[in-house]
Ligand binder design. Structure first.
Ligand code: VTB
Length: 329
């Protein structure tokens, strides 16, 4: 038996809540940059209070040139423990700007040196499932085979399964394969971190994630699945010849399957996500007369504890420490 240790994820809650409250002010206002900037600023405000020596390994924004927490940036108080950091101030900035569902503020930590750094290869083909279907998926096998395996593991028919897929032309083959197999589809515009986690949440109505989405989002989602239970398999996906040449030069394999251990090789993973706009996984930020209400999921791999935290916040009092939550009028 070991002594109970600190659960860093509980500190992360304040960071993702802050980001969500700042970002959600811009819901539906059409300004994607403003959504991201507000979230990043709010995170920067709270991050120094998290007692850790963190290095950002997964900073979203490389692909979208967003005002990001950059790769290699040191975050936290600077004290031990040394951690790798995956941060997505808002997964679904466009969703938020357009008033769409399912945007999250996300942060994950794992032991230093354990997270995959996909570099310039910003896309991965993905398959993710929850705990009951762990060990049953194979990215090298055809989609109908995977659906049959998952259906059997969940004691359902293939026709009862719902696959969640990012709505992109590049995912048309995935969509066609699921249709041919007779399963149901939930198409999403953005936000495949939330989608991957939903496969592992029993009442979400989502059974499997398929399709090509962001690599940073894959590593971040794998952190969550490591905590909650479930499995993800991925393969780096190059968009064009220049990315194929880059992969060859950087020694990155475009063919091999990268599983859970390849994405995050750590027994000590912490994860927190707060809803920005309401979706399958979490409700979004609601503003009240004197503050806001937030919904956060917090997880830790070591113990497997999963907490859903509903919090109320008072802007009159928070105003003493930050003006990040005040509305842009
Ligand atoms: C997804 C999704 C993100 O990027 O990973 C996606 O989860 C993949 O890239 O919310 P494209 O949007 O370029 O297809 C996001 O949409 C945002 O970066």
């Amino acid at each position: 038996m070991t002594e109970p240790r600190r659960n860093l994820a509980l500190d992360l809650v304040r960071v993702t809540e802050a980001a969500a409250m700042a970002a959600a002010r811009h819901q539906g206002r059409g300004d994607k940059e403003a959504v991201d900037r507000a979230a990043v600023d709010a995170m920067r405000n709270i991050l120094p209070t998290v007692e850790m020596d963190g290095i950002v390994v997964i900073g979203e924004g490389e692909k979208d040139a967003a005002p990001m927490l950059g790769n290699g940036e040191r975050v936290g108080s600077g004290d031990p423990p040394q951690m790798d950091v995956a941060v997505d101030p808002v997964d679904g900035t466009r969703l938020t700007a357009e008033g769409g569902p399912g945007a999250l503020a996300v942060m994950a930590l794992a032991t230093r040196g354990s997270m995959l750094a996909p570099g310039r290869l910003v896309y991965m083909d993905k398959i993710a499932v929850g705990e009951p279907a762990r060990g049953q998926i194979d990215l090298d096998a055809p989609i109908p085979h995977n659906l049959r395996q998952v259906a059997r593991a969940l004691d359902k028919d293939v026709a009862d399964l719902t696959a969640i897929i990012l709505d992109r032309p590049r995912n048309q083959p995935h969509i066609d394969a699921v249709r041919a197999a007779g399963a149901r589809i939930r198409l999403i515009r953005d936000g495949d971190i939330s989608a991957a986690i939903a496969t592992a949440v029993p009442d979400s109505g989502i059974d499997i994630l398929l399709g090509i989405g962001g690599s940073p989002e894959a590593v971040t989602a794998a952190c969550a699945l490591q905590c909650i239970g479930g499995e993800m398999q991925t393969r780096l996906w190059a968009r064009d010849d220049s990315e194929r040449e880059y992969a060859a030069a950087a020694g990155l394999d475009l063919h091999g399957v990268i599983g859970m251990r390849g994405l995050v090789d750590s027994e000590d993973v912490f994860f927190a996500a707060t809803g920005v706009t309401s979706g399958e996984l979490l409700d979004g930020v609601r503003y009240t007369a004197d503050g806001a209400e937030t919904h956060t999921v917090v997880m830790r791999s070591y113990t497997g504890t999963v907490r859903f935290i509903r919090a109320t916040h008072r802007f009159d009092r928070l105003g003493k420490i930050t003006d990040a939550y005040d509305p842009p009028r």
